[in-house]
Design a protein around this ligand. Structure first.
Ligand code: ADP
Ligand code: GN1
Ligand code: MG
Length: 371
């Protein structure tokens, strides 16, 4: 399929931006899609920006189904936001169709591209600078789940099958270890052993789903801090983005993925592991705010299992980074060698920290439901 830049000219011509395009440059720090910001020059205002994305061909095999999900979810969110007196343009993404009227544009190399308005006056953070900021992201993700409570889950396509199937993720790791196609297993034995030692953990949430202890909901499934845009003035979480993985899932995973990424002060690929530590204050701030945003939609059992969401999402992400390293970095974008292994190591460190502070995590969550 080739580099996204090869097709940029063709793709820019396929959309009507309503004004001359001044330029398009790579944007953001997502690991999956090829994201560009497009600058245009209307006559009346100084500049109007758009987000143009080529959906990752490695991650998404059916862009048609993916975009059907996104259009369904963004239109539904738009109606809910308006009904609650919110600002639809800033609080939910809106798909802009190409000139051919399809939900997205397919370039000559087969790449699938979509367009959104750039949500102005917002900041996308990579680390939680303060507990207040992290709490604001938690409120936004909790609210997102509440707003989608009534969404017809059966109409959603599974954009990535087995996405948060931690048992399956471990199985794939074992296959990658057995194949050792890049000869990298020898470098990662401690990390492989770390994951294998936690095999029974991988079943905790899935088993709770299977036996009906946890309900299936419409969830975001990729709740990193950089997937919520924060209002530049008020610091509130304004718009949830990166809706590629909105699918039926578990609320504890949405909670947990945010904790994994945001409840520490280091980058996901930090190589100095002494800097990678779970911050209990951030954990507590997020927990309170997520539940406030969710506004009573979570059951007591879901709340009780929130620490498991945090541990499992971290473990699972570590397994995924490690698997991707072993197969030759096919899935997550990398900008340097061994980055996926470094990412895996931070996740192992965070899991270790969570295990060491398990009782405190449970106590923080327990306080939220009066236990
Ligand atoms: P990925 O799946 O690769 O993470 P995202 O959809 O999260 O792709 O987009 C990558 C980055 O682009 C985001 O982290 C954010 O910085 C920026 N971004 C995406 N959509 C918008 C938007 N509509 N307005 C402003 N910034 C956006
Ligand atoms: C990816 O797309 P992005 O960068 O927000 C990934 C998540 C991982 C995350 C790790 C569709 O998120 O599942 O947790 O990287 N998204 C997809 O940083 O696989
Ligand atoms: Mg993203």
């Amino acid at each position: 399929m080739g580099k996204a830049e090869t097709y940029l000219g063709e793709v820019l011509g396929a959309f009507d931006f309503g004004a001359p395009v001044v330029g398009a440059i790579r944007f953001g720090q997502g690991h999956i899609n090829d994201t560009f910001v497009v600058h245009t020059q209307p006559e009346d205002v100084c500049c109007r920006r758009f987000i143009l994305q080529r959906m990752s061909p490695a991650a998404f095999k059916r862009p048609d189904q993916l975009m059907e999900n996104i259009i369904g979810v963004t239109e539904y969110l738009g109606r809910e936001i308006r009904r609650n007196g919110g600002d639809r343009e800033r609080e939910a993404l809106e798909v802009i169709r190409p000139k051919n009227g399809e939900p997205y544009y397919t370039d000559e190399g087969g790449g699938a591209w979509r367009l959104y308005p750039f949500v102005e006056g917002t900041i996308c953070y990579q680390t939680a600078e303060t507990p207040e900021l992290f709490a604001a992201s938690g409120r936004a993700f909790g609210r997102f789940q509440r707003l989608l409570q009534g969404y017809p889950a059966q109409t959603l396509h599974e954009t990535i099958p087995h996405f948060h199937d931690t048992e399956d993720r471990l199985r794939k790791l074992k296959e990658a270890v057995a194949a050792d196609s890049m000869g990298r297993v020898k470098e990662c034995q401690p990390e492989i052993d770390f994951m294998l030692a936690r095999e029974s953990d991988c079943s905790v949430a899935l088993q709770a789903l299977r036996d009906g202890t946890l309900p299936l909901r419409v969830t975001h499934n990729d709740t990193k801090l950089n997937n919520v845009l924060m209002d530049a003035k008020t610091g509130e979480g304004i718009c949830i983005i990166d809706l590629d993985t909105v699918m039926p899932g578990l609320s504890i995973n949405d909670f947990g993925d945010s904790i994994r990424f945001g409840a520490n002060h280091s980058a996901e690929d930090e190589t100095d592991l002494s800097k990678v530590n779970l911050d209990l204050e951030l954990f507590a701030a997020y927990t309170e705010a997520f539940l406030e945003g969710a506004g009573g939609t979570l059951t007591e059992k879901e709340i009780e299992l929130l620490p498991w969401g945090a541990k499992l999402m971290t473990l699972e992400c570590g397994i995924r980074f490690l698997t991707d390293y072993l197969v030759g970095d096919e899935y997550f974008h990398i900008s340097r060698e061994r980055q996926n292994l470094d990412r895996c190591r931070t996740q192992c460190k965070l899991v270790t920290d969570m295990e060491a502070h398990w009782d405190e995590l449970c106590a923080i969550v327990g306080r939220q439901c009066g236990k």
